[in-house]
Design a protein around this ligand. Structure first.
Ligand SMILES: [Zn+2]
Length: 176
């Protein structure tokens, strides 16, 4: 899954959380919270691929100082694509949030983004090691899409991206 599709999945998870828990209406008052909420989610949706310098986040300064050693030590799609990492980011979010006096949804936003990444890769070739480090087996859906390579026309990834854009637009419109 490419970075753009991961970001779209993160936004979808954000809108679903917002709708399910009736968090905030899209007004100017709530703008700061909305921006922080989605900013954390989008960052979280890219965070697991910090384990490779070939990713959008991992290939950029200063993140490649982290992605190179991580990739060398653990390889791509290992612990950062597990449920353990989702829990770890959840705990970190709540620790930082307690310090900054955040609402629960801001504390959870980073983990929501990371979860969206793991769920997204579950539907793509390669799969995800959900129970890493206890079990190294990679899980994936029965039918998977193929990750788009640079400068390649890839139907399955494009279809997923278009479906995500459509779902996000419909859900956002229902909020107005
Ligand atoms: Zn990934």
């Amino acid at each position: 899954m490419t970075a753009t599709t991961h970001q779209l999945t993160g936004v979808l998870f954000g809108i679903c959380t917002m709708t399910l828990f009736n968090l905030f209406t899209l007004t100017a008052d709530a703008l700061n919270h909305v921006l922080l909420f989605y900013g954390l989610i989008v960052f979280g949706s890219l965070l697991p691929d910090l384990d490779t310098p070939r990713s959008k986040l991992g290939g950029r300064f200063p993140f490649f100082f982290i992605s190179f050693p991580l990739n060398w030590l653990f390889g791509h799609r290992t612990w950062s694509h597990s449920l353990m990492f989702v829990c770890l980011t959840f705990i970190t979010g709540w620790m930082v949030g307690a310090f900054l006096d955040w609402e629960w949804y801001l504390c959870s936003a980073l983990a929501i983004g990371v979860l969206s990444h793991v769920v997204g890769d579950y539907f793509f070739d390669g799969g995800v090691p959900l129970f890493y480090p206890f079990q190294k087996r990679k899980y994936r859906f029965i039918v998977t899409a193929r990750t788009k390579r640079p400068h390649e026309w890839n139907i399955s990834e494009n279809i997923v991206a278009i479906l995500l854009i459509a779902a996000n637009s419909l859900l956002l419109l229902s909020q107005i």
